[in-house]
Design a protein around this ligand. Structure first.
Ligand SMILES: Nc1ncnc2c1ncn2[C@@H]1O[C@H](COP(=O)(O)OP(=O)(O)OP(=O)(O)O)[C@@H](O)[C@H]1O
Ligand SMILES: [Mg+2]
Length: 270
C-alpha cells in the first residue's frame, strides 16, 4: 500500500510518441493521414511500406523538416510536446535522423564528417573517445578516416551517416531505408550494428522496404500504406502474417491462393 502523499514511481515516458499525425506538402493533399506510434528505449520499431506510402514524410514531419506541418496530431519526445518544433530542438531532445540519401558532405573527410555530427557538444574529450568508438564500430571507416566522404562506396556512406548521427549521442536513432542499394552482406553488417545499439538501450525507428532484414532485428513493426498504418504487431506476428509474407517477403503462393489473396489484401490487412 502507498501512504498518502508518498511518491508513486512513474513509468518513464516513451522516447517518441506520435499521435494521429497528419501532414503533407501542400494544403490540398494529405500524405500522412493519422499515424500513431510509440518508441521506448532499448526497442527497435520498424515501419514497413512500399514506395510512396509516406515513410519519409512521417520522419520528416516529426523531425520538423516540413514547414507548417504537422497540420494535426502531436509529437512528444521524452514526454515533452515538440509538435512543429524546429529540427534543432528536436535533435537536441535526443533524436538523430539518418536521411534516405545519407546526406553526405562530399568534400569533408570521414573524420571531419564525424566531428560535424558532434557540433552541438562541448565535451571535447568525450567527442574524441566517441570518434574512436565509431572506428571500432565500423572498422571500414577507420581505414578511410582521411578519405573524402564523397568518394566512399554506398555501404561506407551509410556507415558514415549512421556513425555521424551517433556522434550526437542520441537517445533515439531514426533510419530511413538504410539498406537501399546495398549488397546483402553489407546490409547484414549495418543491421547488426543497429541491433547492438538497440540492445544497449537506444531507441530505434527503422523505416524500410526490406521487411526481411527489418523484421529480423525489430521488436515491433507497423505497415504503412497510403499514409495509414494498416497493420501492426510484434516482429514475429508480422513475419507470420500471410499478407506481409506475400507483399514484402516475396513468399510465393499457388495461383488459386494468389487470386484469393489479391482480393483479400486490397480490402483488409488483418
Ligand atoms: N517534397 C515533396 N513535395 C510534394 N510531394 C511530395 C514530396 N515528397 C514526397 N511527396 C509525395 O508524398 C508521398 C509520400 O512520399 P514519401 O517520400 O513519404 O514516400 P516513401 O514511403 O518514403 O517512399 P520511398 O520508399 O519511395 O522512399 C508521395 O506521393 C510523394 O510523391
Ligand atoms: Mg522514402
Amino acid at each position: 500500500m502507498t501512504a498518502v502523499g508518498a511518491e508513486v514511481p512513474m513509468a518513464a515516458p516513451p522516447l517518441l510518441e506520435l499521435r494521429a499525425l497528419e501532414s503533407g506538402y501542400d494544403a490540398q493533399l494529405r500524405v500522412l493521414k493519422g499515424v500513431s506510434l510509440t518508441v521506448t528505449s532499448g526497442r527497435c520499431v520498424a515501419v514497413l511500406g512500399s514506395n510512396g506510402a509516406g515513410k519519409s514524410t512521417m520522419l520528416k514531419t516529426l523531425m520538423g523538416l516540413i514547414d507548417d506541418e504537422p497540420r494535426k496530431g502531436s509529437v512528444r519526445v521524452n514526454g515533452v510536446d515538440l509538435t512543429g518544433a524546429e529540427p534543432e530542438r528536436i535533435s537536441k531532445a535526443g533524436i538523430a535522423f539518418v536521411v534516405e540519401d545519407r546526406g553526405m558532405f562530399p568534400e569533408l573527410s570521414v573524420a571531419e564528417s564525424l566531428r560535424l555530427g558532434a557540433f552541438n557538444r562541448s565535451d571535447r574529450a568525450a567527442v574524441k573517445t566517441d570518434l574512436e568508438a565509431m572506428f571500432t564500430l565500423f572498422p571500414r571507416l577507420a581505414e578511410r578516416q582521411r578519405q573524402d566522404s564523397g568518394t566512399l562506396s554506398g555501404g561506407e556512406q551509410q556507415m558514415l551517416a549512421i556513425a555521424r548521427a551517433l556522434m550526437a549521442r542520441p537517445k533515439l536513432l531514426m533510419l530511413d531505408e538504410p539498406s537501399l542499394g546495398l549488397a546483402p552482406l553489407l546490409v547484414e553488417e549495418i543491421f547488426g550494428v543497429v541491433q547492438r545499439l538497440s540492445r544497449e538501450g537506444m531507441g530505434i525507428l527503422l523505416v524500410e522496404q526490406n521487411a526481411n532484414q527489418a523484421l529480423a532485428i525489430a521488436d515491433y513493426g507497423y505497415v504503412l500504406e497510403a499514409g495509414r498504418f494498416v497493420l501492426e504487431g510484434t516482429a514475429q506476428e508480422l513475419r507470420q502474417n500471410p499478407n506481409v509474407q506475400e507483399f514484402f517477403l516475396g513468399v510465393r503462393v499457388d495461383e488459386a491462393q494468389e487470386r484469393l489473396h489479391v482480393r483479400r489484401r486490397r480490402r483488409r490487412w488483418n
